[in-house]
Structures are given as structure tokens and as C-alpha cells.
Design a protein around this ligand. Sequence first.
Ligand SMILES: O=P(O)(O)O[C@@H]1[C@@H](OP(=O)(O)O)[C@H](OP(=O)(O)O)[C@H](O)[C@H](OP(=O)(O)O)[C@H]1OP(=O)(O)O
Ligand SMILES: Nc1ncnc2c1ncn2[C@@H]1O[C@H](COP(=O)(O)OP(=O)(O)OP(=O)(O)O)[C@@H](O)[C@H]1O
Length: 492
Amino acid sequence: MKRGALGSQTIVVFINANASLFFPVFLQRCVVLRFLKSPPNQNKTPEEILHHLQNIVDFGKHVMKQFFGENYVHHGEIIQLPLDFVRQLCLKIQPERPECRCDKDMDTLSGYAMCLPNLTRLQPFRFSEHRPILCIEIKPKCGFIPFSSHVSQEIKHKVCRYCMHQHLKVANGKWKRPSKYCPLDLFSGNKQRMHFALKSLLQEAQNNLKIFKNGELIYGCKDDQDCVCDWNELARHLKPFFFPCNGLASGPQCTRTVVKELIHVITMALLSSTDSCRAGDMKTVPISQGRSYCEASAFNKELVRNGKHKLESSGLPRGCLLYKTLQAQMLDMLDIEGLYPLYSRVEQYLEEFPEERSTLQIDGPYNEAFYEKLLDLSLEDDGTVAFALTKVQQYRIAMTAKDCSIMIALSPCLQDECSEQRPVVLTSKSRFTFSVSVLDLDLKPYESIPHQYKLDGEIVNYYLKNVQAKEDPVMSNLFKENEDCTLVLHKV
Ligand SMILES: O=P(O)(O)O[C@@H]1[C@@H](OP(=O)(O)O)[C@H](OP(=O)(O)O)[C@H](O)[C@H](OP(=O)(O)O)[C@H]1OP(=O)(O)O
Ligand SMILES: Nc1ncnc2c1ncn2[C@@H]1O[C@H](COP(=O)(O)OP(=O)(O)OP(=O)(O)O)[C@@H](O)[C@H]1O
């Protein structure tokens, strides 16, 4: 399948403590380095590389931290490495890179890289910690159904983008089977729906779920071809975490029990509130405005089949990372269909006044002034470039939040360790301290908007033609009967 319009621009390298033998800055540290990459023969100057990396760091620091909260975002720092070290590193990692990602070359000429904490470990990481550690990475994707009046196809108000996109991805060969995961179930805050969503991710991980044990991938896809997804094997890895005193014979029952415990800790960690943020009280949209379930969700279909008319959506606690992610995603208030004409307005202006590009801060700097402008949620179009630009920038933030990943790091702890500052989650036979972080928060490029517009049309048209048209008419009638499906909202 064709990758995004501009594709990813960085390459991630894990450095373990042994690297300190080669380079003392990593003394005792397990860090992650991010290098820029670009198409062959498009080498940038060291100054351009530094500027680009500085933009990424500033965006995390001055913008995303405000939306997501200080503790969840790790913006990292820029470091300069000896070119010899970088070249050796590049040679070492090259054979490990998936073929489909080798269309771009890692920058080995500038020596600049971003240095980040290794988020597969508890955050903040303490030198003394050598306990076993489990890390679950989830790319939740878009958790709401567009509520914009600019949406031209009714189906977009009923079925979420992820569920529609699944069909196109399978048809294009990106994945072999569709997943039963629906982001609206995960973002619902309802434990039953969240459990279903997480179980579905475990059944078909695609690029939405990875599990690491002591920093090593034990479950999920390394790349589109290479997947490790065996529940028995997973249970074998996880049993010592959840049942440290054993007492659980292996077999299908054991596997089911361990997976259930895993889903429970992930749910609790996702619902935990471990931070507050500046944009915390910014209301992008009242939850009641959009539909909080997706008609294509397997969970929802099962309810409808069983004649149940009430779909529970408990709502997310305000401080949790899922809530913040959803709020940032909802900065996409107009949908790409409403946004595209505004993008064209900015484009037209830039064609006339190209020198204005930097004043408009299209490519940064991502500073306080940039953040402040994002807070204007007004939807009244006064026909100005300023209005169009604000909506375009908000859309780019929303796109970034729709493609970010959540890292949950869990480490077993004893009861008397609970005085620690870190939150704790209990399972039936063990307890864990944990931390939750968000990653891949690089601002989506302005230039990717036409691609988004085109892809949206492709996803919807494919769905209408190949899926909805063939849908079981009985099911459609059931949905019609339940059209006034009541949403029950509980305070959390
Ligand atoms: O458009 P989508 O929803 O398919 O998202 C793309 C992702 O595909 P996914 O749906 O998660 O399998 C896609 O994921 P993969 O690289 O295919 O794992 C990228 O994250 C892409 O971002 P970028 O263009 O590399 O910055 C993502 O593109 P953006 O739309 O975020 O630019
Ligand atoms: N700080 C980190 N700690 C631990 N793992 C990380 C960290 N940053 C990235 N990773 C791992 O590397 C993967 C790729 O990271 P990221 O998406 O930021 O890089 P990218 O260069 O944009 O790659 P991609 O092409 O996959 O989008 C993540 O999904 C995660 O598994």
C-alpha cells in the first residue's frame, strides 16, 4: 500500500547502556535516538537538519505539552554526535530496517539527532531500577465520528473512519484480515466496550498494538510482513508478571486468564489521570454532539443482534490521556471536507504572497504565539486568510493526535513499595506501578492536506461501493429500528 503523502521523516534507534562504552553521553542510560531521514540525493545541510529537529522539539515542548500535559509528553533534546559513531550506527541498523521503509536514507552527515527517554521503561526512569518491565504501545487512531455539517456522505456520520479504512487496507493488501477493533469503543470510557476493543487489538494487532518485555518486542508487528501474534506464547511471557507465585497450570484456560488480566491493567492505566494540562478545560465539542458509537463496530452489531437498544458510553475521566488525545483530535471540527476549501484559500494567498509563508508560521516556529492562535475555536468564517489558517493549523494538530501512540509501562511492585510517587494498578494476584506516555507527536505537514482529502474520498467510496451495498439487509433494518438508540452517560 502507498504510504502517506510525505511518509515519516525520522528513523528511531534504541541505545542500551552498553553504548556508553563507545560514547560516554549514554553512560548508564537507555535512550532512544531519532535521526532525520530523506529520499536519496536530497541531502539537507547540517543547518537545515538542526532547524528541522529544533522544530520537532519545540512543537512537543510548546504545543503538544499544553494539550496533553507535562508528564505525558517527552519532547527530548537535540544532541550532536561524532560522525564516525553515526556512520557505524547506520551500517549496524541498515540490515534491520524493513524493506518498505528503505525508500529514505538516514542522515549521517550532520551528526544531529534527537535524544529521548526510552518509553518502554517507567517514566521518569530512575537509575536504580532494574525490575522486569512490560510495555504496551497502542496507536488508537481517530476516536470520534465527524459532527461537521460539511460532511457530504451520510455514512461518515454513522461509521468511523478506522472501520471504513479497514476494508480499503485489506483490499490494497496492507493487512490480510480486517480488525474488529473500533476506536470509538476504546475511547468510550465504558469498561465493557474498552475490553472488547483491547481484545480485538490482541486478535489483530496490525500497526495498532505492540507489547515489549524488558524493551524487547514480544507481540505485534515489526513491519507489515513480520508479525508475532500467538496468545499462548504471549501468556507464557506474561504469566510471571501476573501470577508471580505460579499456581496456574498452562493451557487454554491459563492463556485466557492471563489475557484477561492484561486487558484489565491496560484499561485501568488508560483511564488513570496522572497529569493535568493547560488546554485541559478547552472544550472542542460537547460529547453529546457527535455520535459516540460506530455502526460497524462488532461490539455494537452484537448488541443490536441481541435486541439491546442502549449502548453504554461512560465517558472518559478528564485527566486521562485518552480524553486529552480525543480533545486534540476533535480540533478537526470541520472535517476534511469543510477544511479543504480553507486550505485552498491559504494556498491561493501564498501563491500571491509567497514571502508571507514564514509570517503565517506554516513551518514554525512552534512557539507560544503559535499555540495561542490554536485556542480560537470560533467556527464563524469571516472570509479571511486568518480564519482559514487557524482552521488549517488546528486540523494539523488533530491529524497528529489521530496518528500518535500511547505507551503504558508497567512494573511489578510489592505492597510496601506503594508509598512511591507513581500510580499503582492491582490485578487479582499482583500489583504494578505504571507510567503512561504519548509518542510520535510530530506535526503533520501542511502539504499533506490534499492527500488527506483524496484519501478520505477513496475510503468512503470504497466502503459505499464494496461494503455497504453488500451489507445484510436484515442488519440494516435492525439499525433503522434502533436509530434512536439512547446513549446513557454516567459521571466518572
Ligand atoms: O492516513 P492514515 O490514517 O492511514 O494514517 C497513516 C498511517 O497509517 P495507518 O492508518 O495507521 O495504518 C501510517 O502508518 P504506517 O506507517 O503505515 O504504520 C503513518 O503513520 C502515516 O503517517 P506519515 O504519513 O508517516 O506521517 C499516517 O498518515 P497520516 O494520515 O497521519 O498523515
Ligand atoms: N522514545 C521512545 N521510546 C521507546 N520506543 C520508541 C520511542 N520513540 C519511538 N519508539 C518506537 O519506534 C516506533 C517508531 O517511532 P516513530 O513513529 O516516532 O518514528 P517514525 O520515524 O515516525 O516511524 P514511522 O515510520 O513508524 O512513523 C514507535 O512505534 C515505537 O515503537
